[in-house]
Design a protein. Structure first.
Ligand SMILES: NC(=O)C1=CN([C@@H]2O[C@H](COP(=O)(O)OP(=O)(O)OC[C@H]3O[C@@H](n4cnc5c(N)ncnc54)[C@H](O)[C@@H]3O)[C@@H](O)[C@H]2O)C=CC1
Ligand SMILES: O=P(O)(O)OC[C@H]1O[C@](O)(CO)[C@@H](O)[C@@H]1O
Length: 383
């Protein structure tokens, strides 16, 4: 099995590339970072340190890398059996043109074996969005072939992999938590489902995507933004603060009630899932910076993302949401001079006021009563 993976970063090396290589795929990473590509090609292996209740290091061998946007990556697309990505939601659309070029050449060369593409990003149905971007780049005459031979498979991906600390001796090493979950929509494959160990199949993907987004991601972001306000640097420090932990737990329980209502989740089991996530945030072996988890606040405040989407669910079902509202208010306080979205958000607040900025970022309507509550909470937090 030939696998091409876009994005040799934390999740690429620490999770998806690792699973593919451990399933005996010939793994080629495609990345925009020339130094990283050179290092991967030079060593052809890297270390993954798995940390949790126990620790061990896996060596991922026989891997190669190509420069994204090069002729080499096009040749890889021509012969790949599976193509995966972990590049970040904002980059996904940028690789669509490359994928379209590669697929066009694949069809022109008469390769009609199925290929499956799976975007492993924190997005709801990110692969389906990638498909639309690829179709927009692919000449119309190839669209039927794409529908016939290319599977665009949506997925949910869950493993905490913070950026590794700089290590000149072992620059490719990544540290990952022992928990991992990669769930894909089994109905979207073309041809045989690739035999990847650790890739779980479901025919109810949206429930899993929302379970992860509304729990791990919601809890994480509330921890990050409340932690930042309290002056902490890492997720572990923030979640050790009892007041923060209580609000984070409550926020996850409130978004969890949406899942219980929408998908019939068992409440007790879901509460156990929440408690497990709290222990993951407290993992003493992971140094996960608040600014990594809090990055790109405008994306995270979006209507389809981890704060507002569950909030809209609580409004739909008439459920409590005060902890989620606190999380949104804390997001509006997020400051990080190195994060262009954080700078932009603070600019909106300065120029237009907090309510206008909130409406612009979230798409909430001004007459929605929770808007006034968020603004009042924001003012309270400012004191
Ligand atoms: N790190 C984590 O714990 C998790 C991350 N995710 C998701 O995985 C995705 C990747 O996240 P990370 O691995 O943390 O980010 P990262 O920044 O470590 O890795 C992204 C990689 O993509 C590369 N890249 C950028 N532009 C590219 C292009 N045009 N073509 C090819 N490669 C390009 C970068 O050079 C980098 O190596 C994101 O969508 C994130 O939300 C999902 C679950 C867990
Ligand atoms: O990667 P994003 O979408 O910026 O958000 C950070 C989130 O991604 C993760 O790294 C992986 O799910 C979480 O740890 C965190 O909630």
């Amino acid at each position: 099995m030939k696998a091409l993976h876009f994005g040799a970063g934390n999740i690429g090396r620490g999770f998806i590339g690792k699973l593919l290589a451990e399933s005996d795929a010939e793994v080629t990473f495609a990345d925009a970072n020339t130094q990283l590509v050179d290092q991967l090609n030079h060593s052809q292996e890297y270390h993954v340190r798995v940390v949790g209740d126990t620790q061990h290091t896996d060596v991922i061998r026989h891997i190669a890398a190509v420069q994204a946007n090069s002729d080499d990556v096009i040749s890889q697309i021509v012969k790949a059996d599976i193509i995966t990505t972990a590049v970040g939601p904002q980059v996904l659309a940028k690789i669509a043109a490359t994928i379209a070029k590669g697929l066009q050449l694949r069809f022109e060369q008469g390769n009609h074996t199925p290929v499956n593409i799976i975007a492993c990003e924190n997005m709801v149905r990110g692969t389906s969005q990638l498909k639309q971007a690829v179709l927009a780049e692919l000449p119309q005459q190839y669209h039927d072939l794409l529908e016939q031979y290319v599977g665009f498979v949506d997925s949910a991906v869950d493993r905490i992999v913070p950026p590794a600390a700089a290590n000149d001796e072992d620059p490719l090493a990544v540290t990952v938590e022992s928990f991992s979950e990669w769930i894909v929509d089994k109905n979207q494959f073309k041809g045989d489902i690739p035999p990847v160990q650790g890739m779980e199949l479901t025919d109810n993907l949206l429930a899993y995507v929302e379970r992860k987004l509304f729990t791990l991601n919601t809890g994480h972001i509330v921890t990050a933004y409340l932690g930042k306000l309290a002056g902490y640097k890492t997720i572990r420090e923030a979640i050790a603060d009892e007041a923060i932990q209580n609000t984070v737990r409550q926020a996850m329980q409130q978004s969890g009630e949406v899942l219980v209502n929408r998908y019939g989740f068992d409440r007790q089991l879901h509460h156990a899932y929440i408690e497990k996530i709290l222990t993951r945030f407290a993992n003493p072996y992971l140094v996960d910076e608040i600014d990594r988890v809090g990055r790109q606040p405008l994306r995270k405040l979006g209507a389809e993302d981890r704060l507002v989407k569950p909030l809209l669910g609580t409004l739909e079902y008439g459920l409590p949401n005060d902890a989620l509202l606190k999380g949104i208010a804390a997001a509006l306080h997020y400051r990080n001079a190195d994060d262009p979205q954080a700078v932009e958000l603070q600019g909106w607040i300065e120029q237009e006021g907090v309510e206008a900025a909130l409406l612009r970022a979230t798409g909430l309507k001004a007459d929605e009563p929770c808007v006034a509550t968020i603004v009042a909470e924001y003012q309270r937090m400012a004191q």
